[in-house]
Design a protein around this ligand. Structure first.
Ligand code: HEC
Ligand code: HEC
Ligand code: HEC
Ligand code: HEC
Length: 425
C-alpha cells in the first residue's frame, strides 16, 4: 500500500493559558469532495475517491479512537450525487459538515440529502432559500475527552468580509462564553486572502484557534501559523485527510498536524459497491443511442477511400478505442463519454454499440462536409487548445504537447503508432 505520509510536523504552541490538563484530542478533517466519486483512471490517475477515503478514515479512526471527523464542505454541484456523497461521509463517522457557496446554492437538494444521511450542516451566511430550514450558524462537538469544540463555517458572504466579521466575532464569542467551548474552529471557503482579511478584523482574543481552509490546489499545502490560528488547507476533490491533535501543555494548547493523501490503496468494499450501483443506475438512465457511425459529422469510414492509411492508424490508436476503455471499466456514462466519444461530446448521446467510436476525425478536423463534397476544400485542424479541452492537467497528467502531437500527426500521416511509451518504459 502506497500511502504517502506528508509533512508530519509543526508542533505549534500557543501562549494562551489552559487551566485543566486534558487527554490529547485528535480531530480528523475531510472535505471539498466536489462531486468526486472515484478516480477516473485517465492518464494513470488513481488518487482519491469515496471508497479509498473511507478506507483511510477507517484506518485513522482505529489509530486515533474516538477522534471526531468533520467535513469542511464543498460537496459539489452535481446534485444527484449528493445523497451518495453524504451517505459515504456519515458511514465514515463524519460528525458535521460546513457549507461552501456551492452547497448553499444547492441547498434545496443538499438539505434533504443531509437529513437522510443524518449529517448535521452548519453555515454562518444562511442559504437564500427559506425552505428547507436554514442550518445553524455553528455547531459544538463534545465534550470529548474533556474538550468542547465549536465549529463555524463561512463561505462567500453577501456584503463581503466587512459585513461578515462582526457576525463571526459574535458567534465565536457565544461559542466560548455561552457554550463553553475550549477550542473554536473556522471552516473557511473564502480563500486565503479573504480569510486573512476576515480574521484581521477580529480582535486577537476572538480569533478561532484552528482555520480549515478550502484549498484550490489538488494536493497539499503546508500548514502554517498566522493571526494566532493554525491554518490547515484541505485538498480539493477530497484527496486528503488531515489529522490535527490538540494537547494541553503547561503553556497552553499545542497542535500537531499531518496530512495523508488518499492514494492508490485499499478501498472500502461497501462504499465501492454504492459507487458502482450509482454508476450502473446512471448507465441505465442514459438510453438514447445514436445510429451507428453518426456524430452529426462525417463518420470515420467516409475518409477511408482516400485516407486509408490514416483510418487504419486511427483504428489502432487509443483515440479509436476510447469508448471500449470505458465499457471495459463499466464507466460508459455521460460524465466520462463526454471526452471519450465524439457522439457524446457533440450531441450528448450515447455512442453506437459497435463500429467506429471514440475521439474521431471530426473531433480534431473541422469543415469535413465541405471537404467531402470537394476534396480541394481543405479541412482545418484545431491547435493546442483543441487537444487541451480533453488533455487537461487532471485527465492527462503526462501531457507533453510535442510528443503527443507527433504521435497523432504520425497516425494521420499513416504511420501506425503504438501507444506512447509508459514513463520509464
Ligand atoms: C476532460 C476529458 C476527460 C474526461 C471527462 C474523462 N476522460 Fe478519461 N481520458 C482522457 C484523456 C485525455 C485520456 C488520455 C490521457 C493520456 O494518455 O495522457 C484519458 C484516459 C483514460 C483512461 C486510460 C486508458 C488507458 O488504457 O490508459 C481511462 C481508464 C479513462 N480515461 C477513464 C475515464 C473515466 C472512467 C472517466 C469518467 C469518470 C473519464 N475517463 C473521463 C480524458 C477524459
Ligand atoms: C475523395 C477523396 C477524399 C475523401 C473521401 C476525404 N479526403 Fe481528406 N483529402 C483529400 C485530398 C485529395 C487531400 C489533399 C491531400 C494532399 O494535399 O496531399 C485531403 C487532405 C485532407 C487533410 C489535410 C488538410 C491539409 O490542410 O493538409 C485532412 C485533415 C483531411 N483530408 C481529412 C479528411 C477526413 C477527416 C476525411 C473523412 C471525413 C476526408 N479527409 C475524406 C481527399 C479526400
Ligand atoms: C475529445 C477529447 C480529446 C481530444 C480533443 C484529444 N484527445 Fe487525445 N485522448 C483522448 C482520450 C479519451 C484518450 C485515451 C483513450 C483511451 O486510451 O481510451 C486520448 C489519448 C491520446 C493519446 C495516446 C496516449 C497514450 O497513452 O498512448 C495521444 C498521443 C493523444 N491522445 C494526443 C492528442 C492530441 C495531440 C490531441 C490534439 C491534436 C488530442 N489528443 C485531442 C481524448 C482526446
Ligand atoms: C486527436 C486529433 C486528431 C484526430 C482524432 C485525427 N486527426 Fe488528422 N490530424 C491531426 C493533426 C494535429 C494533424 C496535423 C495538422 C498539421 O500539421 O497542421 C492531422 C493531420 C491529418 C492529415 C494530413 C496528414 C499529412 O499527410 O500530413 C490527414 C489526411 C488527416 N489528419 C486525416 C485524419 C483522418 C482521416 C482522421 C480520422 C481517421 C483523423 N485525421 C483524425 C489531428 C487529428
Amino acid at each position: 500500500m502506497k500511502r504517502l505520509l506528508l509533512l508530519l510536523a509543526l508542533v505549534l504552541t500557543t501562549v494562551a493559558a489552559d487551566p485543566p490538563r486534558r487527554e490529547p484530542l485528535t480531530l480528523l478533517v475531510v472535505g471539498q469532495t466536489m462531486d468526486y466519486l472515484e478516480p477516473c483512471g485517465c492518464g494513470g490517475q488513481v488518487a482519491g475517491g469515496l471508497a479509498r477515503r473511507a478506507a483511510l478514515l477507517d484506518e485513522l479512526r482505529r489509530e486515533f479512537p474516538g477522534a471526531p471527523v468533520i467535513d469542511l464542505g464543498g460537496q459539489g454541484f452535481l446534485t444527484e450525487r449528493l445523497p451518495l456523497i453524504l451517505r459515504a461521509a456519515a458511514y465514515s463517522g463524519v460528525a458535521l459538515a460546513g457549507c461552501a457557496a456551492d452547497d448553499l446554492a444547492a441547498w434545496e437538494h443538499l438539505a434533504p440529502a443531509a437529513a437522510a444521511a443524518g449529517m448535521p450542516l452548519t453555515s454562518l451566511p444562511p442559504p437564500r432559500l427559506a425552505a428547507p430550514p436554514a442550518p445553524p450558524r455553528s455547531l459544538v462537538i463534545g465534550p470529548q475527552r474533556g474538550w468542547r469544540i465549536g465549529v463555524v463555517a463561512v463561505s462567500l458572504p453577501e456584503g463581503g468580509v466587512t459585513a461578515l466579521a462582526p457576525r463571526l466575532a459574535a458567534e465565536l464569542t457565544q461559542l466560548r462564553q455561552q457554550r463553553h467551548c475550549d477550542l473554536t474552529v473556522l471552516l473557511s471557503h473564502l480563500g486565503y486572502g479573504d480569510t486573512e482579511r476576515l480574521l484581521e478584523r477580529l480582535p486577537a482574543a476572538q480569533r478561532p484557534r484552528l482555520v480549515l481552509l478550502a484549498s484550490a490546489y489538488g494536493d497539499t499545502l503546508p500548514y502554517f501559523e498566522e493571526l494566532g490560528a493554525t491554518w490547515v488547507p484541505v485538498a480539493a476533490k477530497g484527496r486528503s485527510v488531515s489529522r490535527i491533535t490538540f494537547a494541553s501543555t503547561p503553556r497552553g494548547v499545542s497542535l500537531s498536524c499531518e496530512q495523508r493523501m488518499v492514494l492508490a490503496g485499499v478501498s472500502d468494499a461497501a462504499v465501492a459497491s454504492w459507487v458502482d450501483a450509482f454508476v450502473a443506475a446512471q448507465r441505465a438512465g442514459q438510453v438514447q443511442q445514436v445510429a451507428a457511425g453518426s456524430t452529426g459529422q462525417p463518420a470515420v469510414s467516409t475518409c477511408g477511400p482516400c485516407h486509408a492509411a490514416a483510418v487504419t492508424a486511427w483504428r489502432a490508436h487509443p483515440h479509436g478505442h476510447a469508448v471500449e476503455t470505458l465499457e471495459q471499466a463499466g464507466r460508459d456514462v455521460a460524465a466520462c463519454l463526454v471526452c471519450h466519444a465524439e457522439q457524446t461530446r457533440r450531441l450528448g448521446l450515447r455512442p453506437p454499440a459497435t463500429g467506429d467510436r471514440g475521439v474521431e476525425c471530426a473531433t480534431c478536423h473541422e469543415g469535413l462536409a465541405a471537404h467531402l463534397a470537394d476534396p480541394q476544400t481543405r479541412p482545418t485542424t484545431g491547435g493546442r487548445e483543441a487537444c487541451e479541452r480533453c488533455h487537461t492537467s487532471e485527465n492527462s497528467p503526462r501531457w507533453d504537447l510535442p510528443k503527443y502531437l507527433a504521435n497523432v500527426r504520425g497516425a494521420c500521416a499513416g504511420t501506425v503508432q503504438p501507444r506512447l511509451a509508459a514513463p520509464g518504459g
